[in-house]
Structure formats: C-alpha cells, structure tokens
Ligand binder design. Sequence first.
Ligand code: SAM
Length: 302
Amino acid sequence: MITVPQNPDEPKECAAASQDAPASTVLEPGLYLVATPIGNLRDITLRALDVLGAADLVLAEDTRVSRKLFEAHGLRPRCAPYHDHNARAKLPGLIKALQEGARIALVSDAGTPLVSDPGFRLVRAAIAEGIAVHAIPGASAALAALCVSGLPVNRFLFAGFLPAKPAARLRALEALKSVPASLVFYESPARLDATLASMAQVLGPRQAMLGRELTKRFESHYRAPLDQLAALVPEEERRGEMVLVVAPPGEDNAWSAAGLDAALDDALSRLSLKDAVDEIAAMSGQPRRQVYQRALARNRRR
Ligand code: SAM
C-alpha cells in the first residue's frame, strides 16, 4: 500500500482520482518532472498526459493554474501544492512516499519544472535516496525564445532572472560579459527598461531579441541592438511574459556597418527599395527606419 502525503488544503476539484489515463499506462515508481505549456494549452506531450493521468499524486506550484490545464485535457489527477514556501516542510513526507513506491509527478505553472521554478530541492533529495527521477520534457520559454531569436543557438547560457537591485544586476552582467554564448534571460515587464539599460551599459550594443507572450494569442518579437530595443516596444506591449536573448560578444555589430551595407547592396540589386529594406530589416533585426535611411544612402550612390 502506497501512502502519499495528505494535504488539508487540497482543493476539492483536484482531489478525485484520475479517471482518464489510458488503461495501458503503467508507471514505474519514482518522481516525474512533467513539462507543461507556456501559453498554448495544446503544447503538451502525449506522454505528459499519460503520466499526469496515471500518477498517484501531482505536485503543482499553484493547483488552480494547473487545474485549468488538467480540465482542458480531461484529466482529474489527485494534486497538492508544492512551491517555494512549503517545499522544505513537504520534503520528508514526499521522500517517504517515494521510498514506499509512489509515482509522483511535479508540474509548475508553466514550462519545465526547476527552470526558474520549484523542484530542485526535491530532485536532489530523491537522487540522494536512490529514487528514480524521470524527465517528461516539453515546453520551456527559454528554448522557445532562443529558437525564434535569430541569434546563435549552437552555444547559449540560460541566466534566469537578473537581480532586481541595480548594483547586483550590474555585477551579474559583468560576470556574463565575456561568456562566448548567446545569453537567455527571463524578465518582468516592470523591469524591462532598467534591465535593458544595464545590459547596454555592461554588454554594449549587442543584438538582442525580446520574445513576448510566446505561443499565446498576442505573441510578439522585437529585435534590435540592446541600446535601441526599449524604444521599439510600444506601451501596450509592456505587459505579459518576456524572455530576452542577447547575442554573444563579437556578434553585436555584425550587421551594423560593412555587413549591413553589403547585404543592402545585394538586396538592392535584386529588389525594389521597399522589398530590400523589408528583407534586410527582417534578416538583421535592425529597426526598419534605420535600414531604410541606410538603403536610401546606398541607392543614391548607385
Ligand atoms: N519553468 C518555466 C519555463 O520552463 O520556461 C519558466 C518559469 S519562470 C517562473 C516564468 C518566466 O518565464 C516569466 O516571467 C517569463 O520571463 C518566462 N515565460 C514563461 N512563459 C512565457 C511566455 N509564454 N512568453 C515569454 N516568456 C515566458
């Protein structure tokens, strides 16, 4: 008999046993780290649904948030809250249940658990006790942003959230300055301007991309050098969830002078002024009006 820790404040809607797992789903005992969508509720794997449907208990950062996902997929797992504030207190009971053979899944509000989300303490403790830990991979805002950034993906460093205090933020950026990789940051809209100013100050005018509300209805992407990015983002877009991707050192001005002019000359030889500007603005990530001014100057010389 497996006992999973009971929680008095467990929401009733989450308390019913799962009824929708495929009959064939047999889970080995252990801890399952289940990635969930970062916006679009359909961005979840079939295996994640199987595991969530068959687990003895699903630990959720916020059970109300996860319930919406479960409902969208016809799941009613037994779930309990697991977050930064109760992780320490819950650990002994969870480890005991896992030692007795429980199948426990961990989800966060969005994306991959442990990635700027709770779970690290539990995973460490489970490994120390010889308990099997399984990854059920899926969405993560860091990778989604990196892939659409147009910046190098072959080597990247995930830096999570920068410190909120200016001095600590500058120190954190100094430590990242010479890392030869694209840098991926999570950021809140309230700190966007301050963060971009600190980044421009320490990292220089490197190319960067802001990915907003990824996979959601009003998703948007902004690409520009760090010192120009804030000006591109209109007031009504300064809300929602954001990822910043910054080019590696040395990549920053690859498009700014000779490279940009050469690409423009090539495009102008094939296309109308407007189409050439559209193409090079999209390829370089430079603001369209700047590319346009440059294209006008190049055109006059031809
Ligand atoms: N575990 C999550 C993951 O794997 O991406 C990240 C959790 S972290 C607490 C939340 C932050 O991730 C947000 O503040 C934002 O920076 C980023 N994020 C999450 N969803 C996003 C989305 N749809 N679009 C852009 N950024 C997102």
